[in-house]
Ligand binder design. Structure first.
Ligand SMILES: C=CC1=C(C)c2cc3[nH]c(cc4nc(cc5[nH]c(cc1n2)c(C)c5CCC(=O)O)C(CCC(=O)O)=C4C)c(C)c3C=C
Ligand SMILES: [Fe+2]
Ligand SMILES: [Fe+2]
Length: 353
């Protein structure tokens, strides 16, 4: 007899049926939060990077070229050239705990667990590589968690990030006879808690510098410009985040000039502009001496912030005449970012806990 039938009968006046002991595989109402980020290689060496890039760049949400045209380019050229170069870049930022993106995402999950206590189980997964979304969802279900808040840690929605993470969840659910109930965390690009966290964290890091920046660049990961015309809200979300953040920063730093750029251009198509590397050189050439760059779209530091911005970016700016440069840390597992994440998650869990 199912729980539903029991409840129905209990409501009738004649007989109050005793509730049967829970079926051993029928847990109810146990709630988990699964934090999700992009994914990263298992090691900073060519083979691991090749496996990671093969999975990532074969995702049709990421490279929107028909496989018949794209796969020969990917397998014939890109996977034979890029892994060596990218492995070298990864080796420059690798930590004792492995890839920064994975290590920080794990710490975010641990910090959120400590904040939420035993009401909720917090775990983490990656869209590409490990730990895989499908494995984590199955493990949570097997452990009795039948309600899962799936939280892709991308403040700005994009088909190439949020949607593909949810696709992967959907594929995992598609293989399950008995699925957990699912909620997904909406994009939070304009949430006051996110803007406040960014403002506080950026202001704190600027105050810790021994010099005063003239310019703050807000560098977001790029996307092919075509995706904007196809209706992807990513560009608009980035612009709105930047507008709200600039408004908040103007209260405390009225003399700071704030500009938006897009980094990590890939391939030959036109990407969103202006490009971060181009602007860093142009600023240096134009006489800007002191510049900071922040990456508000990245919830955790990773290759793109630690190598591309902090290392290459410094060379681009100082090589063109700039003098003082700092790449600010992402929100990571610091207090402002964790306060924000806790408030977003608690709001989405309403009615479940
Ligand atoms: C067509 C290629 C790419 C698109 C589109 C793209 C979108 C996109 N990516 C992020 C966030 C991250 N990307 C990261 C690394 C990375 N990105 C691409 C390509 C595209 N990204 C590549 C090839 C790589 C791997 C590194 C390299 O070889 O250059 C990372 C860091 C991962 C890490 O291990 O540290 C993040 C994070 C967003 C948010 C986004 C679209 C909005
Ligand atoms: Fe990327
Ligand atoms: Fe990059």
């Amino acid at each position: 007899m199912s729980d539903t039938e029991t409840t129905h009968q209990a409501a009738t006046p004649q007989a109050v049926m005793p509730r049967p002991a829970d079926h051993p595989t029928a847990p109810t109402g146990r709630v988990a939060v699964l934090l999700v980020n992009l994914g990263t290689p298992d090691a900073a060496e060519k083979g691991a990077v090749k496996r990671y890039l093969a999975e990532f760049l074969s995702d049709r949400r990421v490279v929107e070229i028909p496989p018949i045209a794209w796969q020969p380019i990917l397998r014939g050229i890109i996977l034979n050239t890029r892994p060596k170069k990218s492995a070298h870049a990864y080796s420059q930022v690798w930590t004792e705990d492995g890839s920064p993106l994975a290590a920080i995402t794990r710490r975010q999950a641990e910090a959120l667990q400590a904040r939420l206590g035993d009401r909720v189980k917090v775990d983490w997964a990656m869209r590409y590589g490990r730990p895989a979304i499908a494995d984590k969802v199955q493990a949570l279900k097997d452990a009795g968690f039948d309600r899962i808040l799936f939280a892709p840690l991308y403040p700005q929605y994009s088909g190439a990030t949020t949607a593909t993470a949810v696709d992967s969840l959907g594929a995992a659910l598609g293989r399950m006879r008995w699925q957990p109930a699912i909620r997904t965390l909406p994009p939070y690009h304009d949430d006051p808690a996110y803007i406040a966290a960014l403002q506080a964290d950026i202001a704190r890091q600027i105050a810790a510098l021994a010099w005063e920046p003239e310019v703050l660049l807000l560098s977001f990961h790029g996307m092919p410009e075509r995706t904007l015309h196809l209706g992807d809200p990513y560009h608009c979300h980035c612009r709105k985040t930047a507008r709200l953040l600039a408004g908040a920063m103007a209260q405390t730093h009225p003399d700071l000039r704030i500009d938006v750029t897009f980094q990590s251009r890939f391939g030959r198509a036109k990407w969103l502009e202006p490009a971060t590397d181009v602007v860093l050189q142009a600023e240096g050439k134009a006489g800007t001496k002191r510049l900071v760059v922040a990456a508000p779209g990245f919830s955790a530091d990773c290759l793109e912030t630690l190598e591309e911005l902090a290392m290459q970016g410094r060379d681009q700016f100082t090589g063109a005449g700039g003098e003082q440069f700092a790449a600010l840390a992402c929100l990571n597992d610091g207090a402002p970012g964790m306060d924000m994440l806790e408030s977003l998650v608690v709001r989405e869990l309403g009615g479940w806990v």
